[in-house]
Design a protein around this ligand. Sequence first.
Ligand SMILES: [Zn+2]
Length: 139
Amino acid sequence: MSSCNPQVLVQRSQEARKLAYCPYSRFRVGAAVLTSDGTVFTGCNVENACYTAGLCAERTAISKAVSEGHTTFKAIAIASDLEDRFISPCGACRQFMREFGSQWDVYLSKTDGSFKQMTVEELLPCSFGPDDLRARENP
Ligand SMILES: [Zn+2]
């Protein structure tokens, strides 16, 4: 999968969307994250009767990757059932992505597979990240 192009990654996120567990919002979301070595991890939103315990697709996919030893990412694609607009990650997911760098790509897609390419930096400018904590250690 090292030659995974954006269209393929979007397709993988659309497939992951089909597994969304969203009995409350009925808003299906899928995500597919591409690691630096070309591995793809997918995720869907996983809701909960205790609403705040639910998890977004992006964080599901990234957590799956991290728990398998991957912490450097090239891109993440996000898919929903929105036909007329590009699905955009929530604030918590933007911060979650930022933990692993700000210069990697995010593909915000529509149901027809078209997508808008942005970077984590563009989605979360002036962000707080790991380097800020390190600066505190060595004032
Ligand atoms: Zn989110």
